[in-house]
Design a protein around this ligand. Structure first.
Ligand code: NAD
Length: 267
């Protein structure tokens, strides 16, 4: 499967290029960055910290998408909206790891799923998707006497909060409880907030250093607390998951899929 990486010079872009060159059944066919990026014209391998691949990073996605069977996209919401349209036109698989997308952003990419296969997830690792399935189960088993709080920490460069993974875990908890996350989430607390509302799902965000991604879901009940956690040790877990998602989606019908679908964890 011929895969292109967009956002090639980013932290995840490098991890994706390395994963594509290391994994079976896939080859890198192009690397795209935004116009004006320092990496334009540089070799994609060198940009990713590996030997040259003879693939220059370009700011023109059109010929790259035309030659690709799939596109791996961990960029920014506005960029991902544009790439979804291009991927649908080129009929290639679009794997979206970009986080911080609003409801409006998600609605904007939905039409692309009529013609193309999209896999979108706030976290592409096996561990976090399994954690989400466990959180759903725990939230279903425990009633509202157990307060649910999602705690996350990421490196100092991260621009969105709470993380896509924290929201994915919050969604899993809400699904387990049979409620809508939007109507029950508390994303910020400051000052005299009043007592915690029964049934709320709270979020707390930490930022610092080079932390790749730590998440805990705390279910705090009367006299006992259950904590379910995941610690990411390397970005390659997300990159390898993205490549697996592309391979999985290749033979599917057009649609918008999640990583839980890819891993067989959806119900
Ligand atoms: P980053 O800032 O290091 O990289 C993003 C790259 O995208 C940059 O190089 C930027 O120049 C490029 N870019 C932006 N607009 C572009 C455009 N129009 N065309 C081409 N390239 C463009 O960020 P990062 O740490 O690599 O994270 C990227 C995204 O992936 C974030 O939203 C992050 O939260 C998300 N992420 C998701 C997962 C997951 O498993 N789903 C894991 C890690 C990170």
């Amino acid at each position: 499967m011929r895969l292109a990486v967009v956002g090639a010079a980013g932290r995840m872009g490098g991890a994706l290029i390395r994963a594509v060159t290391e994994m079976d059944g896939v080859e890198l066919c192009g690397a795209v960055e935004r116009a004006g990026a320092e990496a334009i014209g540089a070799d994609a391998g060198v940009v990713a910290g590996i030997p040259p691949l003879d693939i220059p990073v370009t700011d023109d996605p059109l010929p790259v998408f035309a030659a690709a069977d799939g596109v791996l996209d961990f960029t920014a919401p506005s960029a991902t909206r544009g790439f979804a349209e291009l991927a649908a036109q080129a009929r290639c698989v679009h794997v979206i790891g970009t986080t911080g997308m609003t409801e409006e952003d998600v609605e904007a990419i939905r039409p692309a799923a009529r013609h193309a296969r999209l896999v979108k997830s706030g976290n592409m690792s096996l561990g976090v998707n399994l954690l989400a399935a466990l959180v759903r189960r725990a939230a279903a088993a425990l009633d509202e006497d157990f307060d649910i709080e999602v705690l996350e920490m990421h490196h100092r460069h991260k621009v969105d909060a709470p993380s896509g993974t924290a929201l994915l875990l919050g969604d899993a908890a809400a699904a387990g409880r049979g409620i809508d996350l939007a109507g029950h989430s508390v994303r910020v607390r400051d000052g005299i907030t009043g007592a915690r509302e029964r049934g709320d799902i709270g979020f707390a965000t930490l930022r610092g250093g080079s932390v790749i991604g730590d998440h805990s879901v705390i279910l705090a009940g009367p006299l006992e607390t259950l904590t379910l956690s995941h610690h990411a040790q390397d970005r390659s877990i997300f990159a390898r998951g993205a490549v697996k998602a592309a391979l999985w989606a290749r033979d599917r019908k057009p649609g918008l899929y999640s990583m839980a679908d890819v891993l067989g964890l959806a119900d």
